[in-house]
Design a binder for this molecule. Sequence first.
Ligand SMILES: N[C@@H]1[C@@H](O)[C@H](O)[C@@H](COP(=O)(O)O)O[C@@H]1O
Length: 242
Amino acid sequence: MDVVIVKNYIEMSKHTAGMVGDLIKHQEKPILGLATGGTPIGMYQLLVRQYREGLLSFKHVRSFNLDEYIGLDPTHAKSYHRYMNEHLFLHVDMPFHQTYVPDGMAKNLDKVCRSYEKLLKKIGPPDLQILGIGENGHIGFNEPGSDFNGHTHVIRLADSTREANARYFQSIDEVPTHAITMGIKSILRSKKIVLMASGEKKAAAVKRLLEGSPDEDFPASALCRHPNVTLVADEAAFGQND
Ligand SMILES: N[C@@H]1[C@@H](O)[C@H](O)[C@@H](COP(=O)(O)O)O[C@@H]1O
């Protein structure tokens, strides 16, 4: 795993936006794997800025999002559909039909998972997968104990994840209990993976990731099995706080 240590959140955002921008500029029909959460917001802002400045076009980009909460309508303020619209899709020239986010409102969720996996195989895999990391080591919403051979599936969110994500909702009671997530195997099919981490809350997870060998109790450790992973962490996430 390549490790890039940067000063702070802004530098992490710049570095990863640079990697995404390079791919978009140099590849004819790039496929991106996209993440949500607080971590990639700055990166999306920089990509939108580059688009506005005429430096980047998303016309030929296709994207797959990692996950979506079950039971949140795409217009719900905290759904990942809405997040993606607000932070990227509505601000760039990426045709909406080229963006894929799992449907957490579907009646038949198993069918949604199967179709998403099929689509990923047909169109994908992503040339570049962006990942954040949960404090408990989750990637996407693959919680501790998730099968490293897992495909897109429904998952019950760990209490620790619901507690951590409660900061984005009015209260923990509003945080959905379940989500659809690309599985670890689906994620590992990506050609290149960039894991972003910022802030001291992520330091323990980053430390374990760098020390560890693959262990299903710590989902991010599956990344050790991928030949092309770059961790972009700021000093706080790397445990270098002064
Ligand atoms: N499902 C998302 C992940 O894709 C994200 O990487 C992680 C960290 O979130 P944050 O960046 O807000 O710390 O948890 C969320 O629950």
